[in-house]
Each structure stands twice: as C-alpha cells, then as structure tokens.
Design a protein around this ligand. Structure first.
Ligand SMILES: Nc1ncnc2c1ncn2[C@@H]1O[C@H](COP(=O)(O)OP(=O)(O)OP(=O)(O)O)[C@@H](O)[C@H]1O
Length: 239
C-alpha cells in the first residue's frame, strides 16, 4: 500500500482473469488471453463503524467495480476518515475485501494507494527524487508520477526539499505519487481541501483518468469538486 505516497515496499499485483482456450462459434480457435478483472475491487456488506468501542456510523453497502468513483459523504465527525483507515487496513471494522483480500493483508496492500490529509514525505529526498524513488520501489516508470506533479503545478518545486513546501504543495506531491502509480484502489481524504483552483481541475482530471484506466477510487470531500464525474455517493449515517 502506498500511504501518503511513500508507505510500502510491496509490489503491486494487477488483478487479472484468465480466459481458457476454446473454440469460437464458427470453429475458429483462440488463444488464452488475460482480461481485466470484473470482480469488485472493493466490497463490504453494511456494518457499524466503531470508534473507541462505541458505534459511530452506519456504513452502507460498499462496492466499487473497476472504473468506479465513490464519493464518501457525511458532516464533520461522521466517520469518513475513520472509514478510509478501515479500508486502508489501518484499523479494524466490518467484513471488507479489497481485491478479495482483507485490508492490510499483503494482497490488498499491494494495490492500494492511501492519501490522508497529513501527507508524510521523506525528508531527505527532493520532490523529484522522492517520486522517482517511489516509482522504483513499485517497479513502475517514474514518468507518470512526474507528469502528474507537473500538471498539479509542482514544476518549480521538483528540486525542493519537503521541509520547504507548504501544506498544499506537500499534498500535491503525495497525490502525484499515489495517483501516478496507478493502483487498483485509491483512497483520497479531502484531496481538494488545500489545493488552489487550477490544481483542483488538474486533480479532477487525474481522478477521472485513474477511473478510466480501470481503477476504483474512494474520495471524501465536503464540496462539489467531483461534479462532472460519474460518481456514486456513499453517505455515512450516525449510528
Ligand atoms: N482514535 C480515536 N479515538 C477516539 N475518537 C476518535 C478516534 N479517531 C476518531 N475519533 C472520533 O471519531 C469521529 C469521526 O472522526 P473522523 O475523522 O472519521 O470524521 P470525518 O467524517 O472524517 O470528519 P471531518 O469531515 O471533520 O474530517 C470524531 O468524533 C473523532 O473525534
């Protein structure tokens, strides 16, 4: 799992479904091919989210197929961040499955990107070095991460140290890393909150691109930033 862009040494595993060799109607044979999985990337039956041993919120049925964006809604304190931490495997709750595995398991972590609001970056690497390092850890090309960073307005910060960055700029670096890797499941907590107007548009494009590429995303926001995307709203109700 990628946490704030730099959290894991695990390698991602692309979900695939093998189609057996056979014969088409008309007698033409065809070779085995690998198709994208159509099973849900994220699946969870309704459950009650608990904090400190007390019920906090009712979580409705949570399913996300490849290409789906879930807009996680609810007022302040509803439990959105807490639920994202459950999906990321940082805390227990419900019978959640990510790519068929429990959150936090090797199988789930290997293809989950998680960007909390307090993004942590490696202090001893510049922005470009950090993104390149992250890509190398995942055996992925660095170009998409760097291109995303540039589209988010980070061109002048690529040689900067994390300590030199503002809160919003740090967040853009973490978002570039997480979305640039192209994980099956991407969890974004208030990703638009600290971004300027131009960067918000670029981030929306990146979210759309990730979904079109077959990823599933769960995004929290209090605003209307996701307007224009075919999202499914998931609302947390008080328990
Ligand atoms: N470790 C914890 N111990 C006790 N209470 C906690 C803990 N973590 C979260 N909470 C409480 O759980 C509730 C839900 O918090 P959470 O951050 O998930 O809400 P949220 O919907 O993300 O809110 P916001 O929109 O303000 O970000 C809050 O009342 C919070 O104080």
């Amino acid at each position: 799992m990628v946490r704030a862009g730099y959290g894991s040494l695990l390698k991602p595993v692309a979900p695939t479904r093998r189609v057996r060799a056979g014969t088409r109607r008309g007698g033409q044979s065809y070779l085995p091919v690998m198709l994208p999985a159509t099973a849900p990337i994220l699946a969870a039956s309704p459950f009650t989210l608990e904090v400190a041993g007390r019920p906090l919120a009712h979580v409705p049925d949570l399913h996300a197929l490849p290409g789906e964006v879930l807009h996680l809604c609810g007022p302040n304190g509803a439990g959105k961040t807490t639920l994202l931490r459950v999906l990321a495997g940082e805390r227990a709750g419900g019978e959640v499955r990510v790519l068929g595995s429990a959150p936090g398991s090797r199988g789930a972590r290997a293809d989950t990107a998680w960007v909390p609001t307090d993004a942590a970056l490696p202090d001893d690497l510049t922005v470009a070095e950090g993104l390149t390092f992250l890509a190398a850890l995942w055996s992925r090309p660095a170009a998409p991460l760097l291109a995303l960073a540039q589209s988010l307005g980070l061109s002048r910060w690529l040689d900067a140290w994390p300590a030199e960055l503002s809160r919003g700029t740090r967040q853009k670096v973490a978002l570039s890393g997480a979305l640039g890797l192209g994980c099956a499941l991407t969890l974004l907590d208030e990703p638009f909150g600290t971004l300027d107007t131009a960067s918000r548009a670029a981030l929306l494009d990146a979210v759309r691109a990730r979904a079109r590429a077959g990823g599933a995303l769960v995004v929290t926001t209090h605003g209307e930033e996701l307007t224009g995307l075919p999202v499914r709203r998931v609302t947390l109700e008080p328990a």
